[in-house]
Design a protein around this ligand. Sequence first.
Ligand code: TRP
Length: 456
Amino acid sequence: MGLMARTGFGGWKSRTTFVLALSSSAVGLGNLWRFSYLTGEHGGAPFVVSYLLCLFLIAVPILIAEVVIGTHGRGSPTVAIRWAADRSLLSRNWMALGVLACLTGLLILSYYAVVAGWGMAYAGYMASGVFAAASALSVGEHFDNFLASPRELVYWQSLFLLMTVLVVSMGVRRGLGLLVWIAVPTLMVLLGVLVVFGVENGDVKAAQEFLFSVKLIDFSAQSVLVALGHAFYTLGVGVGAGITYGAYAPERIPLGRSVMAVAVFDTLISLAAGLAIFPIVFANNIEPSMGPGLLFVSVPYAFGNIMQGELFGTLFFALVVVAALGSAVALMEPIIRMLMQHLRWRRLPAVGLVAGVVWLLGLGSALSFNIWQNDHWFGNWNFFEVLDVITADLLLPLVSLFTAILVGWCMRAEIVKMELYREADLFFVLWRFLLRYAAPAAIIIILLASVRSVLS
Ligand code: TRP
């Protein structure tokens, strides 16, 4: 089975497809919404600097490690990890790490699809002119009413999931491979248009002030942890997507540089998103709200009250959906591959099963905004909040930590080096150092901090 796993595996023929696939996994709701409000909240420029350091010194090395496992083992997270373990004479129990990664992806996808569904709904609302000249109050009420309706939320969640299922069931080449060639350029064009629109019609100075001025009062040790957590989230490490996509990558590509390119691209998209959103928001003299309210209240209000806002607002939410789709596919593919390889299932039944489970779990999140709003599943968190905290603060760092230990400490260095032979020696030495020391230390700090905040 070992060799079987490595061959006969219809992967991508071009390096670009691989880079685009990782990029479409990285760019998602996190870029369009989380990055900019976190920056505003945590003191602007110092937050951006600590985010960049966390991204390149910790998250990128871990994503490279995931991809190394994938190109070495050429299989789903579990099969690739088993191959890596066998070749380095390690225990096969390491496969549990692959299972954990895939399950983490499934849990994230369950609520990710719910929020992405809101994006689809809002593309429709913008197009139909509901928000034209609406007051801030009525846009807020619209969002509250929308969230209060389980039927609406479940409808849009299902529709978004259906789109994801369509792409994933078409397979690695025709589904994923084709999607990324369409989605990434579309995303860039839409965002480009929106930035130009924002700069021409909005208050760029206020946006710059919000995003890039130095407000040290708002910056604390906590901010660095938030920056680190966001670096992991936005790059999409910790669910085995790097392993799975690495397995589809063509042979002999420079892995390190490819992953760095993805990180640079992802950051540029986040910055551009800030430039598309905040000038428009500030032009209307409203304080940007934080959290979901930014995307679903401030943004629709702002577009609704600007010339040609309907058109550009619709484009904006189309952008949200395209970006979320690439991430959703990346969250689903690892577990599909795992089921296919272990149970010897065909793709379609595997997709059906996973989509069913994701949909059911997603119902819990959709209901958390209405019927179950005040049902506390843990402490005073509802279902959605529990899932969010468990995945982002616990499972993602945990999977990343063990990935760093596996590749940095346990796999034989010669094997690892072979996968990275296209990179300079200095690059390899530096990368391995970060993976062995910096990454585990940083992750253990986040884990301790999250445990402390959960217990307090
Ligand atoms: N990176 C995506 C975003 O910014 C979300 C995402 C995709 C993700 N794959 C992931 C998050 C894996 C965590 C883990 O929205």
